[in-house]
Design a protein around this ligand. Sequence first.
Ligand code: SAH
Length: 221
Amino acid sequence: MNIELLTLFPEQFPGPLSAGVTGRGLAAGRVTLRVHNLRDYTHDRHRQVDDVPYGGGAGMVLKPEPIFEAVDQVRRHNPGPVILMEPWGEPLSQALAAELAAEPGLVIVCGRYEGVDDRVRLGLEAREISIGEYVLSGAELPAMILIDAVARLIPGVLGDPGSLDQDSFTADFGGYPQFTRPAEFRGMKVPEVLLSGDHRRIREWRRLAARRRAGQMERKT
Ligand code: SAH
C-alpha cells in the first residue's frame, strides 16, 4: 500500500504513526507513506498556497493549482483514489477502512484554514471522508486516523493477524471485555470462566459479553 499525502505541514508526519503497529508496517515497507509539501508545487516567490475566498468571508482557502500539480505528479506512480478529509464527508467506518485497504494506493489531500477550493473535489473526483461531526483545524490528524485504520488491515502489518478477527465491528463477537494478570485486583475478580481453561465456555461467555457491549455502542457494521 503506497500512500501519498499532500499537506502544508509535512513535519507532522509520520508523527504518532511511527509508533507500534503502524510504525512497524512503515519500517517493514508494507505501507509506504510519502509526504509532499504543497508549497513545493507553487511557482511564485511567496510560495502561495492559499487565497481569500470569492464572495467574502473570514479566513483563507487552499488554492487548486498546487494541489492539482501535486496530484498529477503522484498519479504517475500511484493509481489510488484521491481522498479529501472533510467534516461533511462520508463517515470513516471499519467497512470503509477495509474498502480502502484493498486499493493499491491512496492519495490523501489535507485541507487547512477555511478549507479547499471545491474544484479539487470536482476536478480530481476526490472522495470526501470525515472522521466525525466536529471541526478540527486541519486534516493532518484525520489523515493519521485514516492511515492507522487502513494500515493495520494490510497483510503483514499486525504482528498477530488473529487480532483483526477479534476487533470490534469485524467479528460477530469482537470487542468483548479483556482481562490480564492479576486474577484479582483491588477486590475486582476476573470472571471465573476465563480462568477455567474450558474454551467452549469461554467462547460463549465472550460472545454474550460482546453482544451486551455492542448494545452499548450501537454497532455500525
Ligand atoms: N470551514 C470548514 C472547516 C475547515 S477546517 C467548515 O466549516 O466545515 C480545515 C480542514 O480541516 C478541512 O478542510 C478538513 O480538511 C479538515 N477537517 C476538519 N474537521 C474534519 C473532520 N471532522 N474530518 C475530516 N477532516 C476534517
